[in-house]
Ligand binder design. Structure first.
Ligand code: ZN
Length: 437
């Protein structure tokens, strides 16, 4: 099957349902930047694409950082004087401060309070909080639950281990006809949060599954890594290989109903920046383009000045800009099957534009060729529905000097990428154009 066939057979309803089921399957797992929740997540994603799991020992230096102790949690609770669990990890894994040190103690409410995190502005929601690099213990709960706690003695327990182990990440390389690579990276370190980032994880896994069945020009490298420390670790271990990366996307927050948003790479004018901008424009709709900023997800590491890779970030509503972000309301209802399927279709359109951005040379470059004599007007008849017209032909013939690729001609002419591609194909068939090697 070709990429075009795959895209024409794209069943958004079926894929959306299956993708949402994938998010729901991964949602209960308690992930963090290390530990068994990440391992189990990678194991389950292995059903979609051939994922190699890498285990990097605690203490490994990675640039200015060090792989931390591994964290695993079995249970966590706060019990009132009657012995009832008033905060219970079993009901929601956001209740434990992610990376919380173990604790078992009795204390008054006043002593407990500094360890309790709430969102006074969103009093019904449980916040998602972490403490990776500063050892402390704590719980997260709704402001209303906190206000309902009477004075008195409480018993607290975080049954966790924070000890030397490993940082786990998943990697899959789908080899193409060339060793030039497209990098697709997503973070797998959040516990029960659906949009940030099981949506991104699921889009990446399904994209890998679909691309795995095709013969493609580029090689595609998928990374399922813990945020920040994962990309730093991967870059430290693969520094010699990053020169092969021609384009890349960090995939996150791809399941909410908001419009797609693309954040440019640090360079801002690389192939991926121009490709995504063009694809979003030619889809119509409300796609948004943002300039680079040194914040956000792992593009911060890929775009650090020592690497400066052509990697942007694709989301729907960006992190921090939706009310449910990093709270218990980032749940399975926020993530919509149709948004997941639309994100996957968008990713496929971007892959298609990267793959098909080849360069042609006009074989009759001195003045315009006589189109009528070559039967090209008749050939146009069947292509008019696809938007191909004489003007598109003139653009392709004029711009095909062996240097300007399909994307650049699409940008200059205002025609969608696919129209320029089909027009060029027709001109090749009529002996007026040849693909440059
Ligand atoms: Zn996050």
């Amino acid at each position: 099957m070709t990429l075009d066939e795959l895209r024409s057979r794209f069943d958004a309803a079926d894929l959306g349902r299956r993708m949402h089921a994938c998010v729901a399957d991964l949602y209960p797992l308690c992930r963090s930047i290390t530990g068994d929740g990440v391992r189990e997540t990678l194991t389950r994603l292995g059903a979609h694409l051939p994922l190699a799991r890498h285990e990097v020992p605690t203490g490994t230096p990675v640039f200015d950082w060090t792989v931390p102790n591994e964290w695993n949690v079995r249970d966590a609770w706060v019990k009132n004087a009657a012995g009832d669990r008033v905060v219970d990890f079993g009901s929601c894994n956001l209740h434990v401060l992610n990376y919380s040190a173990p604790v078992r103690a009795r204390m008054t409410l006043a002593e407990l309070r500094p360890h309790l995190h709430t969102l006074p502005e969103q009093p019904d929601l449980i916040p998602y909080r972490t403490s990776y690099y500063q050892e402390r213990w704590g719980f997260c709960l709704s402001q209303r639950a906190l206000e309902a706690l009477p004075e008195g003695e409480y018993e607290v327990c975080v049954d966790s281990t924070l000890a030397p182990g490993h940082l786990s990440y998943g990697e899959c390389l789908l080899p193409g006809r060339t060793t030039d690579e497209v990098l697709l990276s997503c973070h797998v370190c959040h516990p029960s949060l659906a949009n940030d980032n099981l949506a991104g994880v699921t889009v990446a896994a399904f994209l890998g599954e679909l691309l795995g069945a095709l013969s493609l020009r580029y090689s595609y490298r998928f990374l399922f890594i813990p945020g920040t420390i994962g990309s730093i670790t991967w870059l430290a271990r693969n520094e010699s290989a990053v020169g092969r990366i021609r384009a890349g996307l960090v995939l996150a927050c791809l399941g909410d109903p908001g419009a797609p948003t693309y954040k440019k790479s640090r360079r801002g004018d690389t192939a991926i920046d121009r490709t995504v901008a063009h694809v979003l424009r030619s889809r119509g709709g409300e796609g948004r383009i943002r300039e680079f900023s040194p914040y956000g997800y792992d593009e911060r590491q890929y775009c650090s000045p020592g690497f400066d890779l052509p990697v942007g970030c694709l989301t729907r509503t960006p992190h921090g800009e939706y009310a449910e972000y990093h709270t218990s309301a980032d749940d399975l209802a926020l993530v919509r099957p149709e948004a997941l399927a639309d994100s996957l279709a968008l990713a496929l359109a971007i892959v298609h534009a990267l793959e098909a951005d080849v360069t042609y040379v006009n074989l009759n470059p001195k003045c315009e060729p006589q189109l009528g004599r070559r039967g090209l007007y008749r050939a146009l008849g069947g292509l008019r529905e696809a938007g191909v017209d004489e003007m598109a032909m003139l653009w392709v013939l004029n711009q095909s000097d062996g240097r300007r690729g399909v994307l650049e001609i699409a940008e200059r002419s205002g025609y969608p990428f696919e129209v320029i591609e089909r027009t060029a194909g027709m001109l090749v068939e009529h002996g007026l154009l040849a693909e440059t090697p």
